[in-house]
Design a protein around this ligand. Structure first.
Ligand SMILES: *Cc1c(COP(=O)(O)O)cnc(C)c1O
Length: 429
C-alpha cells in the first residue's frame, strides 16, 4: 500500500526529516556576477545574465578561466574545512568562474535558485538521479524516454538496489497506479521523442505532492524558452545543453537547475561521477546562450509554418506538432506552453520507410543526422536511429509507424525550407 503524504510528521516518523530542516544559511549558489536580470524578459536575460566583466582589465564579457586549479588562501582553506567547497575557487571539477557564469545565466532562464553544468546531458541525468535516490528506491518514468536515460534506469538502477516502472508519459492514472511505497522520484520528459507526447506537468506535480515524491523533468525538447517546469512546481529540471541551449551542434553538455538545497545535494554526486564541464565548453555555451531566445523564436515560428505546410500536403499522412489544432493534446499544449511552441516536428509520409529514406536523400537543406536543436535543420528516421533497439512490433505499439520522420527545424529562412520540401516530395513520388 502506498501512503498519502500528510506532512512533516510523516517524515519525522520515517526519520527522513533532517534534510528539510537543514538550517544552514544559503546564498543562491556560486557566482562571480550577481546579476540575474530577473525582472527582464527572455532575450535580455539570454544576453546579460551571469556575465562577468573583469575589473582588472575592463574586458567586456566573461573571460575563459582555463585552469584546473587555483591558488589556495585563507578563504579556500576555511571552505574546505567547512564543506563549502562549491562556492570557492579550489579545483575546476569543484567549480570554476567559467562554470559559475554560465550557471547564473541558466538559473535566470530557468527561474531557478541554482544550477550546475555538466560535461553531457547524460552526466547531468545520471548524477542527478543518483544524488536523490537511495538504496531500495523506486522511480516511475516513461516508456517514451531518451535512449540513454532508459538504459541507465533499466540496466543500472538494479545494481544499486533500486528499481523503475515505466508508464505512459501522458496517462496520469497509469502514473499514479505505478507509485509504490518506496517510490522517491517521478521522472518524465516535457516533450517526448519522436512522437512529441506532452507530459502533463502540473498533474504530475500534484501526484508528487500527494505522495511526497520529487518530480524531475527533462526539458531538452522544449527548453526553458517554451516552458519553465520549475514555475509549475517541479523540483528539478535537467537539460541536454548539447541541443537547443547550445544550439550550434558543436558541443556536448548538460544542466540541472532547482532549489539551492537540492542542487547542493547533487554537487557532491557530480564530484564523484566526475562529469563537470570544461571551462572552454562553458565559454562556448555562454556565448551560444546569448542568442538563445532569438534562436528559439525562429525555431518555433519556422516549425509552426512547416508543420502547417506538411499537414496540408497530400503525400503526408500525419503531422505531430503541439502548435497544430490537430495535435491530440492541443488543450494541454495551449495551457502549458502559454502561446509558445516547439521547434521539433515528426510526420508520416506515404510509402513508408522506403519513401522516407528517399526524402532524406533528396532534401538539400536539412542534414541527415541524429541530435537536434541546432541552427541547421536536422532530419532522421526514428526506426533506425533513436528507437532502433525496439522490434518493429514494439515500435508500432508506441506509435512509431512506417514512414515516420523526425525533423528538428533550424533557423534557415522558412521560404527556403518549404521550397526544399516541395521539390523533394515532388521528386520522390
Ligand atoms: C540528447 C538527449 C539527452 C542526452 O544528452 P547528451 O548531451 O547527449 O548526453 C537526454 N535527454 C534528451 C531528451 C536528449 O534529447
Amino acid at each position: 500500500m502506498k501512503k498519502v503524504f500528510k506532512g512533516i510528521e510523516d517524515k519525522r516518523e520515517s526519520g527522513d526529516v533532517w534534510f528539510d530542516e537543514l538550517k544552514r544559511k544559503r546564498t543562491d549558489g556560486p557566482a562571480i556576477s550577481t546579476k540575474r536580470y530577473v525582472e527582464f524578459n527572455e532575450s535580455t536575460k539570454s544576453v546579460h545574465a551571469g556575465q562577468y566583466d573583469d575589473p582588472n582589465t575592463n574586458a567586456l564579457g566573461t573571460p575563459i578561466f582555463q585552469c584546473s586549479t587555483f591558488y589556495l588562501n585563507e578563504s579556500s582553506y576555511n571552505a574546505i574545512e567547512e564543506g563549502r567547497g562549491r562556492d570557492e575557487m579550489i579545483y575546476t571539477r569543484y567549480g570554476n568562474p567559467s562554470q559559475w557564469s554560465v550557471q547564473e545565466k541558466l538559473s535566470a532562464l530557468e527561474n531557478a535558485e541554482s544550477s550546475i553544468v555538466f560535461s553531457s546531458g547524460m552526466a547531468a541525468i545520471s548524477s542527478t538521479l543518483l544524488a536523490v535516490l537511495d538504496k531500495g528506491s523506486h522511480i516511475v518514468s516513461s516508456r517514451d524516454i531518451y535512449g540513454g536515460t532508459y538504459n541507465f534506469l533499466y540496466e543500472d538502477l538494479d545494481r544499486f538496489g533500486m528499481s523503475v516502472t515505466f508508464t505512459s508519459p501522458t496517462n496520469i492514472e497509469e502514473i499514479e497506479a505505478a507509485i509504490q511505497d518506496n517510490t522517491k522520484v517521478l521522472y518524465f520528459e516535457a516533450l517526448t521523442n519522436p512522437l512529441l507526447k506532452m507530459a502533463p506537468i502540473e498533474e504530475i506535480v500534484s501526484l508528487g505532492k500527494k505522495y511526497n515524491l520529487r518530480v524531475i523533468i527533462d526539458n531538452t525538447f522544449l527548453t526553458p524558452y517554451n516552458v519553465k517546469p520549475l514555475n509549475l512546481g517541479v523540483d528539478l529540471v535537467v537539460n541536454s545543453a548539447t541541443k537547443y541551449l547550445n544550439g550550434h551542434s558543436d558541443l556536448i553538455g548538460g544542466t540541472v537547475s532547482g532549489s539551492r538545497k537540492l542542487i547542493d545535494r547533487i554537487w557532491p554526486q557530480m564530484l564523484k561521477n566526475g562529469g563537470s564541464m570544461d571551462p572552454h565548453a562553458c565559454f562556448m555555451l555562454e556565448r551560444s546562450l546569448k542568442t538563445f531566445a532569438l534562436r528559439m523564436r525562429t525555431h518555433n515560428a519556422n516549425a509552426l509554418e512547416l508543420a502547417t505546410y506538411l499537414e496540408d500536403h497530400p503525400k503526408i499522412k500525419k503531422v505531430n506538432y503541439p502548435g497544430l489544432a490537430s495535435y491530440n493534446q492541443h488543450e494541454l499544449a495551449k495551457k502549458q506552453l502559454k502561446g509558445k511552441n516547439s521547434g521539433m516536428i515528426s510526420f508520416e509520409i506515404e510509402g513508408g520507410d522506403a519513401k522516407a529514406h528517399s526524402l532524406l536523400k533528396t532534401l538539400k537543406l536539412p542534414k541527415e543526422a541524429t541530435s537536434l536543436g541546432g541552427v541547421e535543420s536536422l532530419i532522421s528516421l526514428p526506426y533506425n536511429t533513436s528507437q532502433a533497439s525496439l522490434t518493429k512490433e514494439q515500435q508500432k505499439e508506441i506509435g512509431i509507424n512506417d514512414g515516420l520522420i523526425r525533423l528538428s527545424v533550424g533557423i534557415e529562412d522558412i521560404e527556403d525550407l518549404i521550397t526544399d520540401f516541395e521539390q523533394a516530395i515532388e521528386q520522390i513520388f
